[in-house]
Design a protein. Sequence first.
Length: 154
Amino acid sequence: MTIKVQAEDFDVGAELAALSDGRAQVGGVASFLGLVRDIAPDAASTSSMTLEHYPGMTEKQLTAIAEEAMRRWPLETCLIIHRHGRLLPGDRIVLVGTASAHREAALESCAFLIDWLKTKAPFWKIEDDGRQQRWVEAKESDDAAAAKWALPKS
């Protein structure tokens, strides 16, 4: 399991290759790459996005999310890389990867990780359209996506 919170860009190919390197039992690697869009929800053009976080707390929460995925699916390993700082449209912002013997586990766990990251990861985003800056609000659609992964109450 690899968790990275960093300002620097990352090499997608190298990071995904590392998920199966030396693991002949891996039959599937699934990934999600998130990019900064140039359109904000109100249709204004975004010139930049700044992500803030609390070092230490962020890594701890991302580790907890990854550990939950490892408990729920038969994964060999998983990867979460999330950037912080000022990013421009087209910049890579997040990479999630999962490796398993079977594609279904890799695909489902990858979807779980990105859905939970959207709602449980302690990042705060500020969009700048060149005229004003505004905090990015939580979305009901993200909450609904994360809710589908809730375990039944016992």
